[in-house]
Structure formats: C-alpha cells, structure tokens
Ligand binder design. Structure first.
Ligand code: WT7
Length: 652
C-alpha cells in the first residue's frame, strides 16, 4: 500500500556538479546535442502512436505488418495489433539474412577462465537446434519453460529458442532456493525446466540440478528437465523425465524456421518480489518489448558496430533480459557474458576482463560499484581500462560520491555515465542521459527517453511543483510496458493503475529540478517522516556516503514518541574504526551536508547490509531491526541470511 500522506517530500540534497558530454564523444554520438534530444522528445510526445508505429516498421522484421499501433483499454495495452513477428528472428536471423552472420554475437568467459565466442551465424545454428529439442519434448507455442541456469551462452540460447517457437520463458536466478523454483513453476504452470549440473561461483560449484530435483518433487506441471553439462559433477538423472542437453540439443537438426507470432504473444514471465506477499510474475510480450529493448539499447548505450559491450547483470534479472539478450542482440552488438563472481580469483576480475577483451561499454549496479570502492583503487590501477568509452549504472540510486568515484577511477574522467532508471515492469530504460546529448549530474537519472512522458504527482493525482518530491508516474502507455501479472490481472490493476487514475504508478518517489532533471528518491514505502517532514532515504544515505570513512549506508525510520519517526542509519565502513567518536563525526557531517532535520538519531556500524540477490538494500528488514522487532516481512529474497542475525547481535 503506498503511503497516503499526500506524496509531498522535502528535498534536502544540493548537488551542483554538472558534466557535459565530452565534445569528442558527442561528435560521434547517435544523438549529438540537447537540441537534438529535445526535438526528438517533443516530436514523439506530439504523436506517440505515430512515433512508435514508424519506429516499429523500421526496426523490426514483420512476417505480416500490423494495422493498428496501439489499442488501449486501461490497463490493458495491445501494441502493433494484427502484426506477426518473432523476437528470436529479430535478434538472430535478421543479422544473418542481412549478411552479417560472421559478426561476433557473444563473447563468453566462464569463471574458471574458459572462453567461447559465437558469431551470429553460429548462434542461429545453436538456437535452431535447441528449438528443435524443445519441440521434440512436446513444447509448443504458449507453453511455459523455466530456466535455472548459470550465465553460459546456453542460457541465452535457451531464451531465444523459446522465443523462436512461441514458448514463454521464465528465468529463475540460479541462486534461488528449491522452494522459490517450485513456487514459480507452479504459478506459471511450467512444463519444462532447463538447468545445468552446476555453475561456478567463487571457485565452487553451485549444485543446480540437485536444487531443481528438490523443486521438481513439488512441481506437478513439469514433465521434462533438460540438463546442461557445465561443471562435470555427477548428478542424478531420472529416466524419462531428465535429458542431457548434449543428447537432445547437439544432435538435433539445425533447420527450424522462426514461428510468425502475433505481436502480443507472451514472450516471457519474470518474477519480481513485491515487498510483501507472493512474487509477481511480470508478463512481457513479443513485439512491443522487442522494439523497446532494441531502441533504448541503441539510444542509451549509443551503440556502434565496433563496441564490445558488457552488462554484468545475470539473465535472472530484467537487466539481463533486456540488456544482455534482447536489446543488444536485436541491435547486432558484440555482447560479453561472464559466468562468475567479480572477486574471483581476485578483486580485479572485472578489470582484467575489461582489459583483455577491450570492453568499450560497461553497465553495472551501484552495489557492485560500492564493493569496488571498498576493495580499493589498487585493484583497478593494475589494469589498462583505456578501451572504455561509456559507463552505466542501474538497480538503485547511485550516491553522488560513488558516481564521482566511478567517473574518476573507472572512467578516468573521460567516459560519460548513464544512470538508467527503469523497472522489471517497464521492460526497458525509461529515464537516462543520452550520453552524447545530455549533461549529467551525479545522482540524477536526468531526463525521460523520447516517447516517455513522466509526471510527479501527489496522492490526489495533481502534479507537484518543481523540486518537490512526489509519486513518479508515467502518463501514457509505451511499447515495453508490462502487460499484466501472470494469472492475476486484478493485482496488476490494483498495484499499478488504481491509486492515480489514468497513470502508471511506478512505486518510487522522485523530484524534478529547475533544469527538468529527475532525481529518484527511493521507494514510496521507504519514506521517513520526521517531525512532519518527509525525507527520502537516498538523500540521507548519500550524505553519509560522502564521508570518507563510509562505504555504504541505509537509512530507515523508527518509531519515536515526539518526532513520529527518528532517523536510524546502518553504516558499513571502508577501513575506519567504528565507535562513538566516528558516530559524533558522522552526525555532524550529515548536519553540515543536508541539515539538522536529517541528522541520524541512531547510527549502527555493521559489516554488511541485508540485500536482495540482485543487490538492493532491504530497508524493510532494517526498519524492523531499528524498531527492535523481529523481521516480520518476507525474507525469502534475502541474499545472505546471516547478515540479519549479525545485525541483531551487533547491538553494542
Ligand atoms: C526499482 C526497480 C531496472 C532493472 C533493475 C532493477 C530502483 C532502478 C534505478 C536508478 C534509482 C533505481 C527503483 C525501481 N531503481 N534503477 N537508476 N536510480 N533507483 O529492476 O528489480 O524491477 O527494480 O529499482 O526503485 O523502481 P527492479
């Protein structure tokens, strides 16, 4: 339930730094100036269906053209009605047909150091074989296939093979438990699970098949399981149900046409945990999603044919769907994929990969950036990162000081940074700098992409004034938007379309400054209410992170008799000594940076913060701890359970 107190949030942050696109970068960029961006944005907003319709005709391959761009019965959107296309065809066949089959599609590196490169022609052949294997096991258009796999080329191949035959993939991050797999299999009615014997993580093998076996004992709809041999460990194979990938895929025919599919054919389900309640199966469909992933990839990453593009996200998250697989492959990019941990065998693994493969565009998450900062600059300095030309971030707000570190230490003050705001639900990036056109401000995701019209509103749906925080909404449908929650259209309507009439409610707070720059202020449910002033988590956290001793910080409200809520913060340190002296100093520091109101009442030092497996700080759990309650909320998405126990016993 979103906070009902009116939506207005006080901003206390003052960020004045501005980084215009380097002229050499802008000169070669797809969109070269603010004027060009603004005119494109205005043209799009003036006639959205025309903008998206023309683009869809230009960018996608159509077996049959569509005759209606958008049919909108809020909250149900149908895009490119009457057309037939295929997401896999757009990502693979199209390039081969156009004579680019010998271009590199995927450069893969396993954690142990093994490497593999696939051209678009080779990828096509692998995808066709996999599609034939799916068919041989009875998979047809509309069937759901769960993928529980390590980050190997076969994961991308399996996703594309599903798309090719019209099956719906549901990728389940290969760190989730058997319970989580079974819950997702059952909710989606999955018929097939594809997994591996194991996957490498920090020098150890994760026993994926063993976990799937436990899940399958409770997944009554699943008929078959395909097992990729990755780690070489001995695994149990159940006759008739389980099949080795190399038996069913390698021997299959490499001829298999891509199925012409209606635009609105479901492409995938991706489960995302709400803060409470059971995970939501976010549904995306074929044509709109394909277009949106491709175009936003080209715009935001300013894609060029000679780029070596690396997004570090796992395909278990939406970032891996849109910006490892569907966006970059549709654009014909050279995509780097890495299987393992950033600190194996040592803390410089990522920089070693960047140097060896001459990565030009690098896209990662704030949680990773904060880890790099904590590990120390010496790991970066060992490597030549001069191939990089563009950096990106996604997943949480990035604290301005972490942004500055990324800019200086990784980007050598040369590379623009794209701070991309979007969600599993939005399918692709919604707000981000266009790196050749829009000057950046550390901590701001800057401006909406062409075709996206945001509005920040109060709980009555009225737009709030400049620099006032409120609920972030999107005022018009866009092709990449979710089409529903799997099996629960009522919940879809209720969560995203009921509280603000006529607009998509993102669930985040934001403000827009005098220059029209957007600043995400955190989740609506996380706002602190101190003496009637409503404060955003990210602003307090950013003030703390700007202190040299602090690596990470999380701010939550805890009940307070007089103030309503007091500010409680959890802080992890770089090298410094925790203690009362530092506590006093941090309090003073926050006071100086953003004012007395936001000054923390409680400061707790901790070795680590509770995070989701995708790296987001779980403030909800910290709120319980700050209030002295047992964590009551859902903890199934917590990455490391021991963090909670340690936090409770940390009460020095
Ligand atoms: C939520 C969506 C989008 C792919 C990965 C996460 C937060 C995401 C930013 C950003 C501030 C951000 C928002 C959003 N978020 N990007 N650049 N600045 N906050 O997808 O798991 O669906 O999470 O992540 O709160 O609503 P997701």
């Amino acid at each position: 339930m979103a906070d009902q107190s009116g939506g207005g949030i006080d901003t206390v942050m003052h960020e004045e730094r501005l980084f215009p696109p380097p002229p050499e970068f802008a000169a070669q960029a797809r969109i070269k100036s603010m004027e060009e961006y603004e005119s494109l944005w205005r043209k799009a907003a003036a006639d959205l269906p025309k903008f998206w319709g023309d683009m869809a005709r230009d960018e996608l391959h159509w077996f049959e053209p569509f005759d209606e761009t958008l049919r909108w019965n809020e909250p149900v959107a149908e895009w490119f009605v009457g057309g037939k296309t295929n997401a896999c065809y757009n990502c693979v066949d199209k390039h081969v047909v156009e004579g680019h089959g010998d271009r590199t599609a995927i450069i893969w590196e396993g954690e142990p150091g093994d490497e593999r490169t696939l051209t678009y022609a080779e990828l096509l052949s692998e995808v066709r074989k996999c599609a034939n294997a799916l068919k041989s096991l009875g998979i047809r258009a509309g069937d759901v296939v769960s993928l529980y796999m390590p980050m190997t080329p076969e994961l991308a191949i399996a996703m594309l093979a599903c798309a090719r035959v019209g099956a719906i993939h549901s990728v389940i991050f290969a760190g989730f438990s058997a319970e989580a797999i079974a819950e997702r299999n059952n909710d989606a009615g999955a018929k097939l699970v594809i997994t591996a014997d194991g996957g490498w993580r920090r020098g150890k093998v994760l026993p994926l098949k063993e976990t799937v076996d436990k899940a399958l004992a409770k997944s009554s709809t699943v008929e078959h399981c395909i097992v990729l041999k990755r780690a070489g460990d001995v695994v149990a194979m159940q006759e008739d149900r389980d099949h080795w990938w190399h038996d069913v895929v390698d021997g299959a025919s490499d001829q298999c046409p891509a199925e012409p599919l209606d635009s609105e054919t479901p492409l995938f389900i991706l489960y995302t945990s709400g803060s409470t309640g059971k995970p939501k199966g976010i549904k995306h469909t074929t044509a709109g999603y394909s277009l949106y992933a491709k175009k936003t990839f080209q715009w935001v990453f300013d894609h060029r044919d000679d780029d070596v593009y690396w997004c570090t996200a796992d395909c278990g998250w939406i970032t891996g769907h849109s910006y490892v697989v569907y966006g970059p492959l549709a654009a014909g990019a050279k995509v780097l994929m890495y299987e393992g941990a950033p600190n194996h065998p040592a803390e410089d693994r990522f920089w070693d990969i960047v140097e060896r493969h001459k990565v030009t565009v690098f896209y990662t998450a704030p949680t990773a950036i904060r880890a790099f900062i904590k590990w120390g600059d010496e790991w970066v300095e060992k490597h030549d990162l001069s191939s990089l030309r563009l950096l990106g971030t996604v997943g949480e707000g990035i604290n301005p000081e972490a942004w500055m570190w990324y800019h200086k230490v990784i980007g050598n003050e040369r590379c623009p940074i794209v701070d991309t705001w979007w969600q599993t639900e939005t399918g692709g990036i919604m707000m981000s700098p266009l790196p050749g056109a829009i000057a950046t401000k550390p901590g701001s995701c800057t401006k909406p992409l062409p075709g996206i019209v945001p509005a920040i509103v109060d709980s009555d749906g009225h737009e709030v004034p400049t620099d006032q925080g409120g609920w972030l909404t999107v005022t018009h449908p866009w092709p990449g938007m979710l089409r529903g929650i799997w099996g629960d259209m009522d919940r879809y309507q209720e969560v995203y379309w009921s509280q603000v009439p006529g607009k998509y409610l993102a669930g985040d707070n934001a403000r827009c400054d005098v220059d029209g720059y957007y600043w995400i202020m955190g989740r609506i449910d996380d706002v602190l209410n101190v003496s009637g002033h409503r404060l955003s988590t990210i602003e307090i956290e950013s003030a703390l992170v700007s202190h040299p001793a602090v690596a990470e910080a999380a701010a939550v409200g805890r009940p307070h008799d007089l103030k309503g809520e007091a500010v409680a913060v959890f802080v992890t340190l770089k090298q410094a000594e925790p203690g009362d002296e530092l506590r006093t100093e941090l309090r003073q520091h926050v006071r100086n940076e953003i004012g007395a109101l936001a000054q923390p009442d409680d400061i707790r030092f901790t070795g680590s913060l509770p995070k989701t497996r995708s790296g987001k700080i779980m403030r909800r759990l910290l709120k319980d701890i700050a209030a002295g309650r047992e964590a009551v909320g859902d903890t199934t998405t917590l990455e490391d359970y021991s963090v909670l126990a340690r936090l409770r016993s940390d009460d020095e």
